[in-house]
Design a protein around this ligand. Structure first.
Ligand code: NAD
Length: 327
């Protein structure tokens, strides 16, 4: 098929290479606001530059503020679309996109790649299959080794909408439960630009699921040991951890303990490389075979509601029920 890709920055350039290598992609058409960049990436992966909307499917990897308009344009054209998370920086626009995508009946896949990570998928299967017994406790972590560029932060939506949105989606997807309430806090321990943007560089949250399960969550933009993303699920029979692999950036304080043996994960690109390839394959399969979206806009909206509750909680200094959050 002919696939269009718009936005060729950090994540878009990676998707370009994945699409160029995919057996179902006969033609790849790339576009970026920066034409020099578009030509450079096209030359590197062996693709053309042009209008990405003249295709059988569209991939969107532009900055967050542009996603909604591009998804809506694709829906109006009946074009199946994969769009990077998040759908939009705010709830009202995300609700509008969800409603429009539903009306149009067009395939829309939002890029929550943890759903395609082998560990997260295995944890989900084990929990749903009853292997853990009754779930009583969940702990989640998203920690970047270093902050993104200063100019990224003011338009990122803050740590809960930008980073923890992946945790909120994974939490709903793995457990099959809804988040009822959030009590979130944050701290500014690093560069000035976080506080200047009204954001924090370290975060923590207590969440309660609709069956009473308690969840703790932590995040950091300053995890010097490496890129650390984990989800621990403790039940009455077993405890399973997604992300506790040979490259988890941890060191044991126990004398003689040799775990973990590998080089720490340096960044999200390396840690989730296989998941990014698998999510694109799932999107192309859904386009080709007409299946449902494995990451629908409605789920992205539900994850954003939790992020909004977390941000509101941090600012108000009190627990916030997700049901309180309105556009
Ligand atoms: N799923 C993930 O793990 C993950 C990881 C990184 C980024 N993202 C998301 O991907 C999106 C892009 O992030 P990034 O870090 O690659 O950004 P980036 O700034 O590195 O790249 C954005 C690119 O889009 C181009 N661009 C900007 N406006 C455009 C427009 N209107 N039309 C065409 N091109 C335009 C820019 O020139 C740039 O090349 C963000 O929404 C981000 O949240 C997701």
């Amino acid at each position: 098929m002919r696939v269009g890709l718009v936005g060729l920055g950090r994540i878009g350039a990676f998707h370009a290479a994945t699409l160029a290598a995919h057996p179902d992609v006969g033609e790849l058409v790339l576009a970026d606001a920066d034409e020099v960049r578009a030509k450079e990436v096209a030359g590197r992966v062996g693709a053309a530059t042009g209008d990405p909307f003249t295709a059988d499917a569209l991939v969107v990897a532009t900055p967050t503020a542009t996603h909604a308009a591009l998804i809506l344009r694709a829906c109006a054209a009946g074009l199946p679309v994969f769009c990077e998370k998040p759908v939009a920086p705010d709830l009202a626009e995300t609700e509008r996109v969800a409603a429009e995508a539903g009306r149009a009946g067009v395939l829309v896949h939002i890029g929550f790649q943890r759903r395609f990570d082998a560990g997260y998928a295995a944890a989900r299967r084990a929990l749903r299959g009853g292997e853990l017994g009754d779930l009583h406790r969940v702990h989640m972590l998203t920690a970047d080794p270093r902050p993104p560029a200063a100019e990224y932060i003011p338009r990122s939506g803050g740590i809960f909408r930008d980073c923890h949105i992946h945790d909120f989606d994974a939490l709903r997807w793995v457990t099959g439960r809804e988040v009822e309430s959030v009590f979130a806090i944050g701290a500014n321990r690093g560069a000035e630009f976080f506080a200047a943007a009204g954001d924090v560089d370290n975060s923590a949250a207590l969440l309660t699921l609709d069956d009473g399960t308690l969840v703790t969550m932590q995040g950091s933009r300053y995890n010097g040991a490496g890129y650390d993303v984990r989800m621990e699920l403790a039940g009455t029979r077993r405890t399973l951890v997604a992300g506790l692999d040979d490259r988890v950036p941890l060191a044991s304080a126990e004398p003689g303990a040799g775990y973990p043996p590998g080089e720490p994960w340096p960044d999200f690109g390396a840690r989730f490389e296989a998941a990014y390839v698998a999510e694109m394959d799932a999107f192309l399969r859904a386009v080709r075979d007409g299946g449902p979206s494995p990451c629908p806009v409605d789920d992205a909206l539900a994850a954003l509601r939790v992020a909004e509750a977390a941000e509101a909680s941090r600012r108000a200094g009190r627990p916030v029920r997700v049901a309180e959050v309105t556009a």
